[in-house]
Design a protein around this ligand. Structure first.
Ligand SMILES: NC(=O)c1ccc[n+]([C@@H]2O[C@H](COP(=O)([O-])OP(=O)(O)OC[C@H]3O[C@@H](n4cnc5c(N)ncnc54)[C@H](OP(=O)(O)O)[C@@H]3O)[C@@H](O)[C@H]2O)c1
Length: 286
C-alpha cells in the first residue's frame, strides 16, 4: 500500500488526551485517513479503538512502547508501507506519582519520557512526508526558568546535541537514586528536570534535523503543552489545586489538532514549546 491518504500516528492513544486526540484527528482528517492508535498494551489499544468505533471513529490499534525500540521499528515499518506519515504525536508518558519516592520512579520516567521520545523521533523521522507535523507532548513546566541556574548547564546550551542532553538526564537519574540531586541544586519534583530536558531535546533534534540536506520540505516539529487536563496522570496533582478547572481530554485535543494540522506553507511554530496555540519562550525570564 502506498497511497496519499493522510497518515497519523498517536502514542499513548489508549486513554486520556491521546484517546481524545485519535478521535479528534479522525473527525478532522475524514474517513480516508489512516490513523494509528499506539498503545503499550495492544489489548488496551484494541479496547480503546472499540470505544471510538462505537462512535463511528475508526482507528488502527498498534503496539508502541517508548521504552521498547522494537515497537518503534515496527511502527516505522508500518508507516513505510503506508508511504510515510503526515502527523506524529508522541503523547504517551510515564506519569510520576506524587506519593512514591522519586528514587523509585525517576529511572522509569526518564527512560520513557526523555530517552524513549528521542529514540522514537530518530526512528520515525525518516518516514516524515513533506509538510509533516510532529508534536512531542511535554508540559508548560518545560521552560528553562523551572530549573535553578546551577543545574541548567547543557539544557540551556543552544548548541547542545540531543545525546548530550540525554546524558545529562542519565547523570540526573544517578543523582536522584543516590540522594544527591538536592545537593546538586535540582528541584525536588522530578517532573521538572524531565520536562525541561524533553523540550531542550526537541529543540536540539530540530536544529540537527533542519541541517540535513535531504529532509522533506515544510516539516514542523514542536513540543507542546496541552494545559491542565482531567486525566489519570493529572488527577493526583489537581486534587491539591482546587483553583484550577481542568479541561476535558476532548477540550485539550482541540489545540493539539490545530497544531497537528497547520496547513502546507506554514513555517512556524517550529522547534518551539507551544501551549494553546502560542509559543512559550524556552528561555523566558521570571
Ligand atoms: N493531563 C494534564 O494535565 C497534562 C498536563 C501537561 C502535560 N500532559 C502530558 O499529556 C500527555 C498525555 O497525558 P494524559 O494526561 O493523557 O495521561 P494519561 O491519561 O495518564 O495517559 C498516559 C498515556 O501514556 C501512556 N504511556 C505510559 N507509559 C508509556 C510508555 N512507556 N510508552 C508509551 N506510552 C506510555 C499510557 O499508557 P498505559 O495506559 O499503558 O499506561 C497512556 O496511554 C503526557 O505526555 C503528559 O505528560 C498532561
Amino acid at each position: 500500500m502506498n497511497d496519499r491518504s493522510p497518515v497519523a500516528f498517536v502514542s499513548g492513544g489508549n486513554r486520556g488526551i491521546g484517546l481524545a486526540l485519535v478521535g479528534a484527528l479522525r473527525k478532522k482528517l475524514g474517513p480516508e485517513a489512516h490513523i494509528l492508535l499506539g498503545s503499550r498494551s495492544l489489548e488496551a489499544g484494541k479496547r480503546a479503538a472499540e470505544t471510538l468505533s462505537d462512535e463511528g471513529l475508526e482507528a488502527t490499534p498498534i503496539s508502541f512502547d517508548l521504552t521498547n525500540p522494537e515497537t518503534h521499528a515496527k511502527t516505522a515499518e508500518l508507516l513505510a508501507k503506508l508511504g510515510g506519515v503526515d502527523i506524529v504525536v508522541l503523547n504517551g508518558a510515564y506519569a510520576p506519582q506524587p506519593d512514591r519516592p522519586a528514587s523509585d520512579q525517576v529511572r522509569t520516567m526518564i527512560a520513557a519520557n526523555n530517552h524513549g521520545n528521542l529514540a522514537a523521533l530518530e526512528t520515525l523521522a525518516p518516514l516524515l512526508r513533506a509538510n509533516a507535523r510532529v508534536l512531542v507532548v511535554a508540559s508548560g513546566f518545560g521552560t528553562l526558568d523551572n530549573l535553578p541556574e546551577a543545574v541548567r548547564g547543557l539544557l540551556g546550551d543552544p548548541e547542545a546535541t540531543p545525546e548530550q542532553i540525554e546524558a545529562v538526564m542519565d547523570d540526573y537519574v544517578e543523582a536522584v537514586e543516590s540522594d544527591q540531586a538536592g545537593d546538586q541544586g535540582w528541584p525536588e519534583w522530578i517532573n521538572l528536570p524531565s520536562k525541561v530536558a524533553q523540550v531542550a531535546t526537541v529543540r536540539a533534534f530540530v536544529r540537527r534535523y533542519d541541517s540535513a540536506a535531504d529532509r522533506p520540505a515544510g516539516v514542523l516539529i514542536n513540543a507542546v503543552c496541552p494545559g491542565w487536563t482531567d486525566t489519570d496522570a493529572a488527577r493526583p496533582y489537581l486534587a491539591d489545586m482546587p483553583d484550577i478547572t481542568p479541561q476535558t481530554p476532548d477540550e485539550a485535543a482541540v489545540d493539539l489538532v490545530w497544531l497537528a494540522t497547520r496547513p502546507a506553507g506554514t513555517s512556524e511554530p517550529h522547534g518551539e514549546l507551544v501551549q494553546h496555540r502560542q509559543v512559550v519562550p524556552f528561555e523566558q525570564q521570571v
